[in-house]
Design a protein around this ligand. Sequence first.
Ligand code: MN
Length: 760
Amino acid sequence: MKPIETNKPNLNGIDEEAERREILKRYRKLMRIAKPYLKEGDAGLIKRAFKMAAEAHKDMRRKSGEPYIFHPLAVAQICVEEMGLGATSIAAALLHDVVEDTDITLEEIEREFGSKIARIIDGLTKITDVEDSVTSSQAENFKKVILTLAEDVRVILIKIADRLHNMRTLESMAKHKQLKIASETIYIYAPLAHRLGLYSIKSELEDLYLRYTSPSVYNEIVEKIEQTKASRDKFIRDFIRPIRKALKEEGYKFEIKGRMKSVFSIYQKMQKQKIPFEQVYDLFAIRIILDDVPPQQEKAACWKVYSIVTDFYLPNPDRLRDWISTPRANGYESLHTTVMSRTGQWVEVQIRTRRMDDIAERGYAAHWRYKESGVQVKKGGKQSLETGLEMWLNRVRELLEKNGTGAIEFIDDFRSNFFSDEIYVFTPKGDLKVLPQGATALDFAFEIHTDIGKTCIGAKVNNKLVSINYELKNGDQVEILTSAKQKPSIDWLSFVKTSKAKHKIKEALREEKRAFMKLGREMANKKLQQWGVPCNDRTYEQMRAFFNEKTVADLFYDIGSGELPITELKRFKEILETKGARKGQVQQMPVKKENKDGVEQPEPPKKKQPSDSILIGDDYMHVPYTLAKCCNPIPGDEIFGFATANEGIKIHRTTCPNATELLSKHGNRVIKATWASVAEESFLVGLYIKGTDRVGIVNDVSKVISNDLKVNMRSIAIDTSDTLFEGTCTVMVANTEALKQLIEKLKAIPGVEEVKRLDY
Ligand code: MN
């Protein structure tokens, strides 16, 4: 993703000499940081790349007004400083926007720097001519990036560095661009960074996403972290003190610190558990990093530290995680325990060596560096870091080879298959299979062989009989049971997780459908011949209309599969006989199942067009729009417009659960939307209320609402159980300010503990 830049030469009297010095200063800084990673000849390569990039971008500026070359320099610095990549990547990072944005061609790059760097640059150069409304250009471009991942992981790493710098400098972009870029980031790039083990980059991307999409939420959390800092620091100091002392006495070299949870993960926790900031109990973790531990002793040393920690604090046995014996699939290694502090608070303690910490923070690249430098870590299990990542990459490659689908489907596939955590399961012979978390026995069957999948009737998991939709767990040993009589059915699609199983089931269903259609046509023809009616398209069309089928193919399918009993065809014959004279006009008869129960769908209520509460586009135009049902915006909410294919412009909140997907896949359809300063209407909002039950509480709640002149109550439903009550009500309000005031008033009612806006 390149930032928007202007090609305007610099005419506003910037001191060019000072700028030149600044560029050189930044280049030297890059070289200084890179130095420890460079081999002979590397410095020359980087210098040549810098010269070419600086020359090519010399008349370009970023949105912020800075010289464009600052961007590639910063991306290169991220590659070396935060990912630990080497000279090839640094050179490629410096050149990453050259082919896309300047006159330099890929051939010139290849001539100057060789095919390896040229391939990487090619992978990083956006496809520009796929802009149409059907496919998404972003999706196409992302697919291209992933395709090159199969060849060279560095393409992805540089792409992530590029994205990180663009997110860090998002401030100078227009609001709707910010939303689009931020959404893409959370949808694809942050999970990808996570999957490659780039933990700190992933956290930073997520935090930046929140900062630009929900600034108020972001600022509120940041403020609260700041406010509680002093007391937290004291707590951490007290907690650490005895551990520090004991570790010193044992002669360990170590670093111990309190690690704050990221803003985004605090936000997620608040959302998921529906709790305020104050109730997030694990705001931080204690991390102990051991230095100078020989590779063979790493595991033993970590467990020794565990033993020291639990001498002081009681551990919670349910919360022990040993990622050292079995590292996570993204390579993460660490020993986690949660212990009870002396003030009765649970505290997570993470124990690891410096090597593990480096890999945890900087991921894939750090791993390769350790591998190159010859550090070998002996592992008992089959799932060492290397095989975990390698297996993942191999599965990505496998999907890429098979995938012939559209770009958007590809991304969905990619996301559901490659960003979820993985489980390791075994065949009866002990062969290891890797499946996404949530995979079922049926996924496993398809993983082994398509025919085994198609005829699967159940499985034995650890010698116990289970059904085909049984969800597998890490370490399960699975034996698949088959029957020649078994056939794939449509409901299988609801519980398989892998794209492989999904594709194969759909394929089998299509085959079956074709077979039924063929059979149905033969059966129908036989009947028609018996009656002496010609078997031609006109007859088929009449029959289709008579049985109220969508297509002739559907008609044959229903006959073939028995859905439409062959005896029913008689009724068509009778009609033909009575109406024979009026050719081509066959009366429709309600025979299809949808109509049997006679339930009439009520007319959807007419949507009231909110008059001119929202202005669309940069020119603040009055254009028709509708408010999205999924997030129900009201004046005061941060919003954006989205041009839909059939329903015109829809207005969503930037915090809408669907926003991320819309923005990242179809960013080109996003339109700026602004609330008009005076909105005359009221807007429907749902509220969630919770508290302790007492006589008259419902009355009090409704009184507060109906006494509020600015609010109109539409409905209220309250449930009580024992001493608690919980309920929802819908109200009409003018804007977020009025809503905020109402929520405050409701919260002030004795017994009411929580009041929240509901998002539909
Ligand atoms: Mn770039």
